[in-house]
Structure formats: structure tokens, C-alpha cells
Design a protein around this ligand. Structure first.
Ligand code: SF4
Length: 184
């Protein structure tokens, strides 16, 4: 790992994503991650191939008004939501599936989604794993309150940890404010 890269609570954090095994993807419900300019460009350039996979109401909204709204977070526009779900949610994340088919599930996802549940505190720059009771975590998701049987986050989040480390090394724009309770 890079010398200055550390995830504060990684030794004690636990996490298990149970999407498709009891969780229906609640982290994408009302999900409005901020989208950086380079992420917007990449999604826009691939929108033609993404559109057929969207829910019909999401496709109609995106075709009519685009995939980001006027709402902003940290100065960046946020993904749109329709009928309570992110426009890119359709039995899972369409952006994730498209990237996965090309060998990189994070390729098209906004950084806030790709890193989840790892995030960075803008007040001190510290990386940490979102967990109930840690750093005033406000999002009431079951996966953020894992039981003793959940695997250590150091094992279950290897890809996300590697991504956070890469962002740190690159000085990426993804060194972002932590999402709010309604954002992934
Ligand atoms: S971009 Fe994907 S992971 Fe992020 S909120 Fe939308 S559907 Fe969920």
C-alpha cells in the first residue's frame, strides 16, 4: 500500500454485501451520488448502449432530461432518481454490469458508488469504512451494522480498498465528501 494510505477502522470493520441474498439494493434507493466531469463524460459517451438496460421510466427520463439533475453536492451534479430509485438501478446497477462485462465493474460507476462503503472524511481527509456508530454514521442500512458473522472488511472489500488506494495515489477527484444518508 502507498505509505500515506490508511483506512482508519479497517482492522475492526466488518462488511458483507448481501445484494440478491436478502437485500434488494437499498443503497441505490434514493441514491443520488455526485458525478465528476470525467465520470459524466464517460457515461454520456456510452449512453446509447446503456439506455436499453434501464427501467422504462428511467430510460424515458434520461432521454428527456439527462441522467444528472440540477441538485448538486460538493459542486457536482447528482444522478437522477425516478420512482424512488437511481435511474441506473435495474435489478442491480446497470453501470456495474456494463463495466463487469468489460472486465472492470467500477469503470462506469460514480466514485461514491464504486467505493461504498469506504469513504473519506473531508474534515480531516481520513479514509474509513462506514459502520453504524462510527464517525456519526447516519445511514440506516443493515449492511452498515454487520453482525459478528460478517467477514472482516479487509477481506470482503479488497477491490474497494485497492480503488481507494489508487485514488489516493492519483490525487483523484474521488477524494470526496462522504455521501449523506441518502447517497451511496
Ligand atoms: S450508479 Fe449504480 S450503484 Fe450508484 S446509486 Fe445508481 S444504481 Fe446504485
Amino acid at each position: 500500500m502507498a505509505g500515506d494510505f490508511r483506512i482508519l477502522n479497517l482492522p475492526e470493520a466488518r462488511f458483507e454485501c448481501t445484494f440478491g441474498r436478502g437485500c434488494d439494493g437499498v443503497c441505490c434507493r434514493e441514491g443520488r451520488p455526485p458525478v465528476y466531469p470525467e465520470e459524466r463524460e464517460l457515461i454520456a459517451a456510452n449512453l446509447t448502449s446503456l439506455l436499453p438496460d434501464l427501467r422504462s421510466e428511467a430510460r424515458a427520463l434520461v432521454e428527456r432530461e439527462g441522467f444528472v439533475s440540477k441538485r448538486r453536492k460538493e459542486g457536482h451534479p447528482m444522478l437522477r432518481v425516478v420512482r424512488g430509485w437511481c435511474v441506473f438501478f435495474h435489478q442491480g446497477c446497470v453501470l456495474h454490469r456494463h463495466g463487469e462485462r468489460e472486465g472492470d465493474p467500477f469503470k462506469y460507476k460514480p466514485a461514491a458508488c464504486a467505493l461504498f462503503p469506504i469513504t473519506r472524511d473531508p474534515s480531516d481527509g481520513a479514509w474509513y469504512v462506514r459502520q453504524k456508530g462510527y464517525r456519526k454514521e447516519a445511514w440506516d442500512l443493515p449492511c452498515l451494522e454487520p453482525g459478528e458473522l460478517a467477514p472482516p472488511a479487509s477481506a470482503s472489500l479488497q477491490a474497494e480498498i485497492a480503488l481507494a488506494e489508487r485514488f489516493t495515489r492519483q490525487g483523484s477527484a474521488a477524494l470526496i465528501a462522504p455521501p449523506t444518508a441518502s447517497d451511496p
